[in-house]
Design a protein around this ligand. Structure first.
Ligand code: ZN
Length: 282
């Protein structure tokens, strides 16, 4: 497969062609940066590890040039950091047994530009090249601008597909910010508590971040445990880890709401719920 940016990178750990590997993908995650996939989609990675009929595909849209760096990596140029982060993502894909790992290597600024032809063409090739039953994306209330831009570009690519070719389910997952404010009807509890050793190794692959002082490995594991314990006040923990996701599937259906309308209505419901409870006990 040929993608638009000269630094785009495709890894097929199992050795098939990229087209073949992509076609097999049942669980697809498209994230902005290297390591977003491993924070968002541990449940999908686990599903595919547990069942050989399933196949996980990872796509990283940006090039990692703006990554924070310190310690041994402190003096690295953006160019060197791009190489380090690309190789870390490749290692995670091997550890996780992904069917395919694509890194599109776009600068963040291009992803934030609606209608950027290279970004649009690459995402169109990805989404039309597979038929995933579930797609893991960033959530619309994430606080990271590039995460939100990647989500928007992905939704545009999905909506451009013929109706019958759209993914079965589209989920927006936690990275920068939690989703525990979501009304229950839109909340999906992804079981990210299986394979804790695999989860640890996946995040440890991103040494440039972890060793640089961003302990995503500890933070992601802690959030998953906290979500599981605090998910239901009257029940004992039935899962060791939960990643919350918002079900974005309605946005990808004909006549569905725009992502802005959809998100605004969820936030309004949250506000009404809080006001209602405060009013009930005043
Ligand atoms: Zn990110």
């Amino acid at each position: 497969m040929k993608f638009s940016h000269p630094q785009a990178d495709v890894l097929v750990p199992g050795g098939a062609s990229a087209e073949e590997a992509l076609r097999r993908v049942t669980h697809l995650c498209v994230g902005a940066h290297q390591d977003d996939i491993e924070i968002m989609a541990q449940s999908g990675i686990s599903d595919c590890v547990d069942d050989p009929r399933l196949a996980f595909g990872g796509v990283v849209v940006t090039n990692g040039a703006g990554s924070p760096r310190s310690g041994a990596y402190g003096s690295f140029t953006d160019e060197r950091m791009i190489t380090v982060r690309r190789d870390e993502q490749r290692e995670a894909a091997r550890i996780g047994g992904y069917a395919i790992q694509v890194q599109l290597a776009h600068p963040s600024a291009d992803v934030k530009r609606p209608g950027h032809r290279g970004v649009a063409a690459d995402l169109a090739a990805i989404f039309s090249g597979c038929s995933p039953r579930v797609v893991f994306l960033h959530n619309p209330a994430d606080r990271h601008d590039t995460h939100v831009a990647v989500l928007l570009r992905c939704l545009e690519a999905i909506l451009a597909l013929p109706e019958g070719r759209r993914p079965g389910r589209v989920l927006g997952c936690e990275v920068w910010g939690d989703l525990d404010w979501l009304p229950d009807a839109h909340k999906v509890a992804l079981d990210s508590g299986r394979h804790p050793e695999l989860a640890r190794r996946l995040l440890a692959a991103f040494d440039s971040q972890v060793a640089g002082g961003k302990r995503y490995d500890i933070a992601a594991a802690g959030r998953r445990s906290a979500n599981a314990t605090f998910s239901a006040s009257h029940a004992t923990d039935s899962q060791a880890g939960i990643t919350w996701a918002v079900d974005l599937t309605p946005v990808t259906r004909p006549g569905g709401p725009s992502i802005r309308e959809f998100t605004a209505s969820l936030i309004a419901r949250f506000g009404a719920d809080v006001a209602g409870r405060l009013g009930a006990w005043a």
